[in-house]
Design a protein around this ligand. Structure first.
Ligand SMILES: [Zn+2]
Ligand SMILES: [Zn+2]
Length: 132
């Protein structure tokens, strides 16, 4: 399986994931908006066992958002890296940190019911109020 590498803005943290996501899409929930500081978050879902931090583990800070989710970011530059779904054993990698382009393309919008009122979705991808 081809691997994709990613890194944070300052370059201290490097990650690696397989080039095969269980889910790849755009999340418009208000929490992703806050966390990314952007209109939406682009993410890809992988199994916990397939996700690795290949450099700078000591710079990765984890914010416990809920019992189910821990958010990972670089303590040096603040780049959002992933959310760790603790109970599901999954990681959602922020596609913006990837240095390689994934073979799959984001193919869905989720949590569209809570999208930013100032952002308009202009593509033809499926749009779900919450999850499919
Ligand atoms: Zn960094
Ligand atoms: Zn979200």
């Amino acid at each position: 399986m081809k691997k994709l590498t990613g890194s944070c803005l300052c370059g201290k943290v490097e990650i690696q994931v397989p080039d095969q996501f269980d889910f790849i899409g755009y999340c418009h929930c208000s929490q992703c908006r806050k966390w990314t500081g952007s209109a939406f978050a682009a993410g890809g879902l992988v199994d916990e066992k397939d996700f690795s931090i290949t450099a700078g583990e000591q710079f990765v800070s984890r914010y416990p958002k809920s019992e189910e989710t821990e958010l990972g970011f670089c303590s040096g530059c603040g780049s959002n890296l992933f959310s760790h779904k603790l109970k599901r054993g999954k990681y959602i990698v922020r596609l913006g940190v990837l240095d390689d382009a994934p073979t799959q393309r984001p193919n869905v919008h989720i949590y569209c019911a809570s999208k930013a009122p100032w952002f308009e979705i202009t593509d033809q991808l499926d749009c779900y109020d919450e999850l499919p």
